[in-house]
Design a protein around this ligand. Sequence first.
Ligand SMILES: NC(=O)c1ccc[n+]([C@@H]2O[C@H](COP(=O)([O-])OP(=O)(O)OC[C@H]3O[C@@H](n4cnc5c(N)ncnc54)[C@H](OP(=O)(O)O)[C@@H]3O)[C@@H](O)[C@H]2O)c1
Length: 333
Amino acid sequence: MKQRKIGEKLVGEIGLGCMGMSFAYSGGSEAESVQVLHRALELGSNFWDTADMYGAGKNETLLSQVLKDRRSEVFLASKFANVYDRTLTSHQDLVEQGVPYIVDGTPAYIRKCIDLSLQRLGVEQIDLYYQHRVDPRTPIEETVGAMAELVKEGKVKYLGLSEASEATVRRAHAIHPITAVQSEFSLWTRDYEATVIPACKELGIAFVPYSPLGRGFLTGEIKKFEDLAADDWRRNNPRFIGENFDLNLKIVEIVKSVSDRHEVNPGQVALAWVLAQGDHLVPIPGTKRVKYLEENVAASDLVLSEKDLEELSAIQPPQGDRYPAAAMAVLEG
Ligand SMILES: NC(=O)c1ccc[n+]([C@@H]2O[C@H](COP(=O)([O-])OP(=O)(O)OC[C@H]3O[C@@H](n4cnc5c(N)ncnc54)[C@H](OP(=O)(O)O)[C@@H]3O)[C@@H](O)[C@H]2O)c1
């Protein structure tokens, strides 16, 4: 696979989002997730993304099963700051109650989180450590100052932010180099196109688009609301609910018209479009299935024409917010 740079490190330009292996999206098995992790390395998809909140630590522990033998092959990213309410244990709780977390960016909380993440992952250092959401009560200078201490101690190599505004990225970068900003970006989520993405380019920061497949919607595989299992988090996402779902299918139709011309899958077109938005973008599509992983990695070979890119970029914004209200409230950008 072609490679792109994060800090000084070259990684496969299609990374791997691991969240859905343990959290938010239903289905799959731990055994297949482990197969996906091994296959990803065979295919050059070595930039893995996890967080302490994914399954309240379960996702990091899952990754440790592969990291124990293959640590040196992986560029490993994890995150802290979303204080996941551990009294809620099932996906059903999430569906009913939204995303029940608060954000903590205080130095004391960071110190606690890093040691727990290192322990669960079974590693001595995390390559890229992100603040998952910006804490409005703690100045970013204080948070990044504490994160920089972790770099000095060797617990972390590079620092990142997630869903931070351009102003916050600039303030943070003045305290300690920020190596990557991870935020939602895809054909149906283009909030940062004119702000954070060009600012990252200017500052030499990688931009990591999460949910680049529109949480699976842009692949065309989710055809109706009922295709989502009863415990699937997307049942709580406004873009998947009611008439929004049907209206948003128009977007998939446009993506399909392009993928039909290339005889590929719509998801591959969605990923190729993201890659074409700048060589500092490194998307992390999520999957727990080997078949999907192989398809997603193959998007690295898909070249879209100017006409394709124009048609795709002309897609109108979707119906519905990208998160339920409680989670929208903790997005800074
Ligand atoms: N920083 C943040 O706040 C934040 C928020 C959300 C996500 N993330 C990160 O970003 C990663 C990716 O985002 P995401 O998982 O939310 O959304 P995504 O990558 O847009 O879509 C994932 C969904 O698409 C399905 N899928 C994947 N490849 C497919 C293919 N080739 N054909 C058909 N369906 C396919 C997956 O199915 P299966 O699950 O069945 O494989 C899953 O349901 C996450 O894993 C996580 O690491 C970060």
